[in-house]
Design a binder for this molecule. Sequence first.
Ligand SMILES: C[S@@+](CC[C@H](N)C(=O)[O-])C[C@H]1O[C@@H](n2cnc3c(N)ncnc32)[C@H](O)[C@@H]1O
Length: 265
Amino acid sequence: MFLNLIKNEIISGDCIPILKNQIEAESVHLIFSDPPYNLSGTNLDLRNNKTGGAFYKINEEWDKFNYNDYIKFTQEWLSGCYRVLLSNGSLYVSCTQHNIGEILTESRKIGFKLNNILTWYKTNAMPNITKRTFTHSTEFVCWFVKGKNWVFNYNDVKDFNPNRTKDGNKKQMRDFLDFIEIPIVQGQERIKGENGRAAHPTQKPEKLLELIILASSNINDLVLDPFFGTGTTGKVAANLNRNWIGIEKNNSYIEIAKERLKSKR
Ligand SMILES: C[S@@+](CC[C@H](N)C(=O)[O-])C[C@H]1O[C@@H](n2cnc3c(N)ncnc32)[C@H](O)[C@@H]1O
């Protein structure tokens, strides 16, 4: 039996064999993928670092690859996504300047067509510690499609735009661009561990998922996230009356996501 006959569940394990063998081909309407960026293991290039140790923005085992392995990994999960996506489905991939090149090159080889690159401007980005480059304050979300009949809910995206005309009416789309300002997750939304620190280093903002799910899926559609983490995609999909499937290989994150998904909103 294919696993996606069971909806609204987290599948535990490596997403690559699961996407290749266990999810029915052409069965998913929308995929949001927030893969490892391969940023870990490289410390920040701090001049005159007197802290006694290397300084990392993120340093997680699941985020460490040598370069060739990272390319192979990227090819494999992208091909798995291509396989399970419906012909009118959409794949959104979150990335930064560090891996956008690999994502764009490998997705093109597989047959994906790029529709947009959304820029997420992080209004509370980390300060510029090295003082050796411009401050990094953006991430990207690449929107890929397989065919020509993709879903784009123009009116829902228009409603999503909080800006209004002087008369209080909805604004035209030219005011709402491929650019969105959202802070890095903080406050109530940030899931914390017992030590009071962030339970996951890369929890994505619900607002970002809301925009993507509203734009590229319809009620009762199936939304899949192969790198589920804390379950942000599942939570927002459920709130918007979509079905979802999450794949995650780390059991402690699965527990966090299960707890989070118990409550709506
Ligand atoms: C960038 S995080 C995703 C965070 C998520 N978007 C959220 O809002 O919480 C990537 C996640 O993928 C998981 N992961 C890494 N490699 C995986 C693989 N091959 N299969 C399944 N999960 C994987 C990691 O454990 C991590 O939780």
